[in-house]
Design a protein around this ligand. Structure first.
Ligand code: PLP
Length: 444
């Protein structure tokens, strides 16, 4: 708060006895009044050193072992090119931009109807879920909306996260002060952590207290694990009973292979009253560099004011987007629409099959090397337990030096990630095969 110690207007109070003191004080107040003050919540954020620390360690290894070829299985970015259907759609959209009669300038902030209708028709209707177009908001990727959704929620809501976790959920709450302060155990004071480890089969326990906002991400990054329908239903029931808002990140739903794993939280009855869902075309269709996804905010979803009035979150999110977002580009949205054509569907399936075949190769290879492995069945992430109680960073270094394979230390995703390593299936297949051969040679 500005001028917290001495509110504006108190300077002329007669309690000030010396002219020196008045001068000193007025200079100080003047400085405070004329200074732009930073959002000090940002200063609470520890530097994001995870990936730069990894890069430094890999570079050191390369310099000291110039003849060894390193295989990177730590990357969270896709490597397959865009599906041809999307490329063709983009070319056509670019051509439209060359002609005044078909040119597109600012589009609707919420997204073009052609894409919203395709989303509703292909992603939800076949699962018996029905939305009106005004409930879907096209965006430039799930990171923006999972990070920005807090704009429409009070700063003092309590927050719950599964642990380990995609870091955006916590950091974005730190930035607005909602996460509280960082405590000695590496946890934020206003955040409830729900551990997901091998001990509980990566199924977060339903909290025994009420929490205002809970983030769930399934299929999960970084563990690659999922919840069944009945497990997710427990969360929806908890949210309905406690007036909790669930922020459900389904960025990896396209990778689900098994029957009983929900693709959308709205497959669970009552979820429209308690959940917002985030989706992304990034991993589904190779859009990490193109940037497109969407957020569903059902009309019946509300949250309360301090006086108890129920406010539709759809209205607030729409207002927020109209002020702070000017829409995803027309060319990008035409590319996203093409994902839903028969050719587009076939092409994204081929890419997903390619990555999931990598995941299978990795899972089998690591198990053959005697390691405990989780995920990798309905998600492109493998969550590897370091053997003999070794810590994440120590195992990361051993794997780098002994097998020349790079993963991501699990502890970088939260305290419960200690002792694990994340590997991704987004690389090329030959590299995955070779990496597994090296790990087996090292450990067996
Ligand atoms: N949500 C999760 C769980 C992710 O892992 C990622 C990206 O890695 C995102 C959201 C962000 O994806 P996008 O590229 O759509 O911003």
């Amino acid at each position: 708060m500005k001028n917290e110690e001495l509110p504006c207007g108190t300077i002329a109070q007669p309690i000030l006895h010396s002219s020196f003191f008045i001068l000193h004080l007025s200079i100080r107040l003047k400085q405070q009044e004329s200074m732009a003050l930073v959002n000090e919540h940002f200063l609470k954020l520890p530097g994001s050193y995870l990936f730069s620390d990894i890069a430094k360690k890999v570079n050191t290894f390369r310099i000291t072992h110039p003849k060894q070829e390193v295989i990177r299985l730590g990357i969270g970015d896709v490597t397959r090119p865009l599906p041809p259907a999307c490329i063709e759609a983009m070319h056509r959209a670019v051509d439209e931009m060359t002609n005044a009669s078909t040119f597109h300038g600012y589009g609707p902030e919420q997204g073009y109807d052609f894409l919203i209708e395709a989303i509703i028709k292909h992603d939800y209707a076949p699962r018996g879920i029905h939305f009106s177009p005004t409930e879907v908001f096209v965006n430039d990727g799930a990171k923006s909306d999972t990070g920005n959704i807090g704009d429409i929620l009070r700063h003092d809501n309590s927050v719950g996260v599964t642990d380990p976790i995609y870091p955006v959920y916590i950091d974005s709450n730190v930035m607005c002060g909602r996460a509280g302060v960082l405590e000695e155990d590496g946890k934020w004071s206003n955040v409830t952590y729900m551990p997901c480890t091998a001990e509980n089969n990566f199924v977060p326990e339903i909290p025994d207290k009420r929490i205002d906002i809970v983030y769930l991400c399934y299929p999960n990054n970084p563990t690659g694990t999922t919840l069944t329908k009945s497990q997710l239903k427990k969360w929806v029931d908890y949210a309905l009973a406690n007036d909790t808002l669930i922020l459900f990140d389904a960025a990896y739903e396209a990778f689900i292979q098994e029957e009983d794993v929900p693709h959308s939280i709205y497959e669970i009855k009552g979820a429209k009253k308690c959940a917002i869902e985030f989706r992304s075309f990034s991993k589904t269709a190779g859009f990490t560099g193109v940037r497109c996804g969407y957020t569903v905010v059902p009309k019946e979803l509300t949250a309360a004011t301090l006086t108890g009035e129920r406010i539709p979150l759809n209205r607030l999110w729409n207002r927020r987007q109209c002020t702070k977002f000017n829409g995803t580009s027309y060319i990008t949205q035409r590319a996203a629409e093409a994902i839903y054509t028969p050719a587009g569907k076939q092409q994204i399936k081929e890419n997903i099959d390619y990555y999931m075949n990598n995941a299978r190769t990795m899972k089998e290879g690591l198990e053959a090397a005697g390691l405990k492995v989780y995920g990798g069945v309905n998600a492109p992430y493998i969550w590897l337990k370091a053997p003999n109680g070794i810590g994440s960073w120590r195992f990361f270094e051993q794997m780098l030096y002994e097998a020349n394979v790079v993963g991501t230390p699990g502890v970088g995703f939260g305290p419960s990630g200690e002792g694990y390593i994340r590997l991704t299936a987004f690389g090329n297949h030959e590299d995955c095969v070779e990496a597994m051969r090296r790990i087996r040679k090292w450990l067996v």
